[in-house]
Design a protein around this ligand. Structure first.
Ligand code: ATP
Ligand code: MG
Ligand code: MG
Length: 403
């Protein structure tokens, strides 16, 4: 993907925006961009630099994301609404074309890391309440104040607010380049792979060297250690798929496992789709497992398995909802029963929490009472983020749960 129209290859020490930002290390990447930790020589702070691929469709997507991020930032001057803020944006010309770059506030690991570092065993309920409160604060802000749907809420897109300074001693722009692209005579896929491999090895060695040199700087903190910290806060990120509630473009939204039933059935969607994804995310935090992980099987599709899993856990879908979508006829008969998956193994959220995840009965009951209404098949009956924030489950204090 490091070719014309694709990613921009960054070297540690590269400077951006006429020398203002200096690349420090890669933080992550996605389908649209690579994201680098950068030092802002103007404010003397660390930022996250999201460097978009350069092809027109990616530029277009970045323009859209910048628009949304600007709205989010302008309307939250105190930075207290739990959604990532845009510091600046600029264009950067490189060998692969012109890249739109977003300068974002620097955040920490995603809560997916948190789940993984806890070896999929789930996280203490008190901490989950803290994270849920942040996510709901962010959703309430997007939905009620800005009329924006996120449409891709999931653990990967919730980042912890980093309390650790990456280093007291940022890499300066004069650092010799460590990731040069050799101008060789090699061409073709295999040759490119060899080059990529060598470049990666060299980059790794260089980064290891830099790391060794900076021993004595602030240590990187592993997520499991963050867990024992005090309060956690986190923020919603990746507004690349967000849209104004009245200007919906995509029919198929959301990452599969976090997708709401009305999206599968194509019954029209709005804010409640984010609430559904929120409930799936909260469940995953508490149990370490996805609430729904559908797979296609003999004689049925992934969508049908997904609907079946939902009904096994949440009860039968009301007939009116089941047969009311543009795609209902593909999956349901006129009685509102699935056409191709006939025998469902009914359970309930609290039973699952007790039997499979070994929750104490009270914890299971209280958590299920919080989640069940958000997983109503009827999107209009789901509570809003604002209503969820008032729920007694979230209002339990640390004293009560920790003791
Ligand atoms: P996607 O394919 O998910 O749409 P994308 O190209 O839009 O990806 P993002 O999801 O915004 O990119 O970012 C990619 C990764 O970079 C994130 O998963 C995260 O690990 C890291 N990242 C993004 N923003 C920040 C930030 N503000 N602070 C720290 N890390 C970040
Ligand atoms: Mg992402
Ligand atoms: Mg994105």
């Amino acid at each position: 993907s490091y070719r014309k129209g694709g990613y921009h290859a960054v070297r540690v020490g590269d400077s951006f925006a006429a020398g203002r930002f200096i690349a420090q290390r890669k933080l992550g990447w996605g389908q649209f961009s690579t994201v680098w930790l950068a030092y802002d020589t103007q404010t003397l702070k660390y930022v996250a630099l999201k460097i978009q691929k350069s092809a027109p469709e990616f530029v277009q997507a970045a323009v859209h994301e910048i628009e949304i991020l600007s709205t989010i930032t302008e309307n939250d001057p105190k930075n207290e609404k739990c959604v990532v803020q845009l510091v600046d944006h600029f264009k950067h010309r490189g060998p692969n074309g012109q890249h739109l770059c977003m300068v974002l506030e620097f955040l920490g690991d995603s809560i997916l890391h948190l789940i993984r570092y806890n070896r999929y065993k789930g996280i203490n309920l008190y901490k989950i309440r803290e994270i849920c409160r942040c996510i709901l604060t962010g959703l309430d802000y997007l939905h009620r104040e800005l009329v924006i749907l996120h449409t891709d809420l999931k653990p990967e897109n919730i980042l912890l607010v980093s309390t650790v300074n990456p280093s007291k001693d940022p890499i300066k722009s004069k650092t010799p380049p460590i990731l040069e692209r050799p101008e060789g005579s090699l061409t073709g896929g295999a040759a490119v792979n060899v080059i990529e491999k060598k470049l990666k090895q060299r980059a790794r060695r260089a980064v290891a060297k830099i790391a060794a040199e900076r021993r004595g700087g602030a240590p990187e903190v592993k997520p499991e250690r963050c867990l024992d910290g005090i309060d956690f806060t986190c923020k919603i990120v990746d507004l690349g798929n967000a849209c104004c509630a009245d200007k919906q473009i995509a029919e198929e939204i959301q990452t599969r496992q976090y997708r709401a039933p009305e999206v599968i059935l194509q019954s029209g969607y709005s804010f409640p789709v984010d609430m559904w994804s929120f409930a799936c995310t909260a469940f995953e935090l508490a149990t370490g497992e996805m609430m729904f992980a559908p797979k296609p099987g003999p004689g049925f599709s992934e969508d049908e398995d997904h609907l079946a899993l939902m009904m096994e856990l949440l009860g039968k879908m009301p007939r009116k909802i089941a047969i009311g979508g543009g795609r209902s006829k593909d999956y349901f008969d006129r009685h509102g029963d699935l056409k191709r998956i006939r025998r469902l193994k009914h359970s309930s959220l609290s039973r699952l929490l007790i039997d499979k995840f070994k929750f104490p009965e009270t914890d299971a009951r209280e958590f299920a009472e919080f989640l069940n209404p958000i997983l109503d098949f009827d999107p209009e009956k789901r509570p809003t983020a604002q209503q969820c924030l008032q729920h007694p489950w979230l209002r339990q204090t640390a004293a009560k749960t920790v003791a």
